[in-house]
Write a protein that binds this ligand. Sequence first.
Ligand code: DAH
Length: 340
Amino acid sequence: MIEEIQQYINEIESFHTTDVSETESFRIKFLGKKGILNELFSRFKDVPGPEKKEVGLALNLLKNAANNKLNSLRENTAAQDQKQEFTDFTQPGNPIENGSRHPVSIVRNRIIEIFKRIGFTLSSGPEIEDDWHNFTALNLPEYHPARDMQDTFFIEKDPDILLRTHTSSVQIRYMENQKPPIRILSPGRVYRNEAVSARSHAMFHQIEGLYIDKDVSFADLKQTLQYFTTELFGKSQIRLRPSYFPFTEPSAEVDVYWGLETETDYKITKGTGWLEIMGCGMVDPNVLQNVGIDPDTYSGYAFGMGIERIALLLYQIGDIRLYFENDVRFLEQFQAEFGW
Ligand code: DAH
């Protein structure tokens, strides 16, 4: 009998539950009217005299063990019940934090939206390009010195494959497949083999514009750019400074008159009031010829700008690296207006 009692004690000690009905079953099994303890006590009278003392002691141990266990089980389940009872359904839910768009996306979308209103549609091309679309067709034949303007990542095994250095490659892809009139905007990533610093990055974003039709003139280009700067910056004074790009003739840099009202204006315009925002020009007849469009019938303009540069002007962010570090403290400061 001693052994039997010891087994029950072991069983009680290793028993655990937080469930109310299992606790009740435990009580019935050991401490109920027809439970184990009552049954053992009723057998106690048959225990031979000399063993009575030892068995009695063991029985008491068992009884205490059962009672203690029951108490602690009840404490547990009561605590559980209480927890359930005190769930406060009037408390506000866990807030869902609003995300924000990346500043590069915000600016890109604003630019797209402005050009969409005057009939430009979107077009994209691959970031891994071939020499033809990135250079040769754009009037930059092999060994042309202007290739030096854009330090390029080449694929070692195949010098024909490269990471596009500008979105101008999309012009070629589009013109090869579509007949004029053409009016497209091509945003996307571009790559340059440059050391990362506050002012340059090996990857950044550009937006390219292209308009090809009969009788497109330089005046159309200027008018369009003026509309653009007015819409984006609220600044309508621009100047086109003669420049050189192999794919346009004539070519120009676009400056916008920013003004000299604040100290920052002085700083970012270096005291001139003018800011360079993009390159542009009339599409070179050689480029049109390269894609099978007759330059005697059609003409057009093109322009290209860096999105981070525009964002820098809109948000006064002087270090391009900030855009790509993905620090939430930086990113959460930019809230797009609805729809951008
Ligand atoms: N592709 C030029 C660059 O990356 C930017 C550019 C200049 C694009 C003039 C054009 C353009 O379409 O007409 O620096």
